[in-house]
Design a protein around this ligand. Structure first.
Ligand SMILES: [Mg+2]
Length: 299
């Protein structure tokens, strides 16, 4: 876990850094509030910030307020570490959005416990975020998270003039699989299928569970031919997937249908994510109508 220290006193900075490093943290030091904010405003910033109050430029409490106002996607646990120890100071620090307030001089053993509390809170927060963003059964992104990512990727594609492919897939006769082999086997089929998608659709591609047995993938940079051949590859991979049947003596053969579409840069600006997905959905519908186990494309 990464920790940022902001303190204008070089001795404090060095001491803190050495202790935190010894306790297993990765440490970034800054000597004032402006530098601290430069680091904390980034997306990929440290998880915990230890801020001195009185520093040149922005003070610790200013930085604290700015972090809270920025409403960043992942939480930053903030400890104010200061020699200002009046009741009013403590209240002001906590009101600025600090999670903890430690008065100098301080005891290092106690401070270590307080940092551990921060680490625990950050880990809990991460776990909650992960659970809220993923599908419990398959571990893929859930529909809402997928759509958020798709939205961001679409904006990026428009800005950078890059194509964005979409693959919509649906396991064929899934209800029949459930009826024949039972729901536990059905769940296993979903997991194996999801695993196959995830294995084949690598970064910067991303995959989500769209609905029951329907899955969706975003493929930045791929053309229509590119997404179609990727979908075709996955369709073939499914043939060699060996999913054990509950009786152990056989396996469950599965096939899937795919609909692909693409956003190409330069297309009229009224195209939205919904229209691109709708085209993939139309293509999927055709694949289903044409006896399934195939890839259809929609320009
Ligand atoms: Mg100071």
């Amino acid at each position: 876990m990464r920790i940022l220290i902001a303190d204008d006193n070089s001795v404090t900075r060095r001491m803190l850094k050495s202790f935190l490093a010894k306790w297993g943290y990765e440490v970034i030091t800054t000597k004032d509030g402006d530098e601290a904010w430069e680091v904390l405003k980034e997306d990929d910033c440290p998880d915990i910030a230890i801020l001195d109050w009185v520093m040149p430029g922005k003070e610790g409490l200013d930085v604290c307020r700015m972090v809270r106002a920025a409403n960043k996607p992942s939480y930053i646990y903030i400890i104010i570490l200061t020699s200002l120890g009046n009741q009013d100071d403590i209240i002001a620090g906590l009101q600025a959005g600090a999670d903890d307030y430690v008065i100098k001089p301080f005891n290092y053993d106690e401070f270590r416990c307080r940092v551990r509390i921060g680490e625990r809170i950050i880990n809990l927060e991460r776990e909650i975020m992960r659970m809220a963003a993923t599908d419990g059964l398959t571990g893929l992104w859930n529909r809402r998270e997928f759509m958020d990512k798709m939205d961001a990727e679409f904006k990026r594609s428009q800005k950078e003039g890059r194509s964005l492919g979409v693959i919509l897939s649906d396991i064929d006769f899934f209800k029949k699989i459930n009826d024949t082999y039972g729901h536990q086997a059905g769940d296993l089929v979903l997991q194996e299928f999801a695993g196959c998608l995830k294995y084949n659709i690598r970064q910067p591609g991303f995959v989500g569970r769209y609905g029951g047995e329907e899955f969706i993938a975003g493929c930045p940079g791929l053309t229509l031919d590119g997404v179609a051949s990727l979908a075709e590859h996955i369709r073939n991979e499914l043939k060699s997937l060996w999913i054990p049947a509950p009786d152990g003596s056989s396996h469950i053969p599965i096939t899937a249908s795919f609909g692909v579409s693409v956003f190409m840069p330069g297309e009229s600006s009224d195209k939205t994510i919904d229209t691109i997905i709708k085209r993939a959905d139309d293509a999927l519908y055709r694949a289903k109508a044409e006896c399934r186990d195939r890839v259809c494309r929609q320009c």
